[in-house]
Design a protein around this ligand. Structure first.
Ligand code: SF4
Ligand code: SF4
Length: 175
């Protein structure tokens, strides 16, 4: 069965004088080089230059707060159950009196961790969440040296309280 039309029949015939001089082959190679020389480069000078990701690129996660600044997550565990990589773990706790401004629901995640080395950035946790609490963002996951530094806890997952620390996920919600 022929998969492509690019196969070439190998021949052991003697080279012509022109072929033997290798000039046609060299000129052909130089023409290919010249053709690419004047094209716009497709590569970037990373890390000085970075490419802008799409609004719906599946990068690092964020745990969202509601409009009053309370954490949306209610530690229901649906994201963890739907995660094919078993990357999410959490410990639930009960909201105490006076903590209504910190946690939106009566139950909240005291501990919420994502093992970014296991995560395959499929977005199923985001799909499964009934509280619109977890979203993937267009930000790339930063590199690191130690394995334990890839286990992200609430300190890195929950968005900041201040307006400039909030992460806009409206484009993901609109999909
Ligand atoms: S993006 Fe996929 S693999 Fe990563 S934590 Fe969410 S469900 Fe798991
Ligand atoms: S992020 Fe969403 S799905 Fe996951 S535990 Fe919190 S509320 Fe449930």
């Amino acid at each position: 069965m022929q998969l492509t039309n690019r196969s070439k029949v190998v021949s052991d015939k003697n080279m012509t004088i022109a072929e033997g001089s290798y000039l046609p082959a060299v000129l052909k190679g130089m023409a290919v080089t010249l053709k690419h020389f004047f094209k716009r480069p497709v590569t970037l000078k990373y890390p000085e230059q970075t490419r802008e990701n799409s609004e719906v690129y599946r990068g690092r996660h964020v745990l969202k707060r509601d409009e009053n600044g309370a954490e949306r997550c209610t530690a229901c565990g649906l994201c963890a159950v739907s995660c094919p990589a078993e990357a999410i773990t959490m410990i639930a706790d009960e909201r105490q009196k006076g903590e209504e401004g910190k946690y939106r629901e009566e139950k909240y995640a005291a501990v919420y961790e994502i093992n970014m080395l296991r995560c395959i950035f499929c977005g199923l946790c985001e799909e499964a969440c009934p509280k619109e609490a977890i979203f993937l963002t267009k930000e790339l996951l930063p590199s690191d040296y130690e394995r334990e530094d890839f286990i992200w806890g609430k300190d890195r997952l929950v968005e900041g309280l201040e307006a400039d620390k909030r992460i806009d996920v409206s484009k993901r919600q609109d999909r």
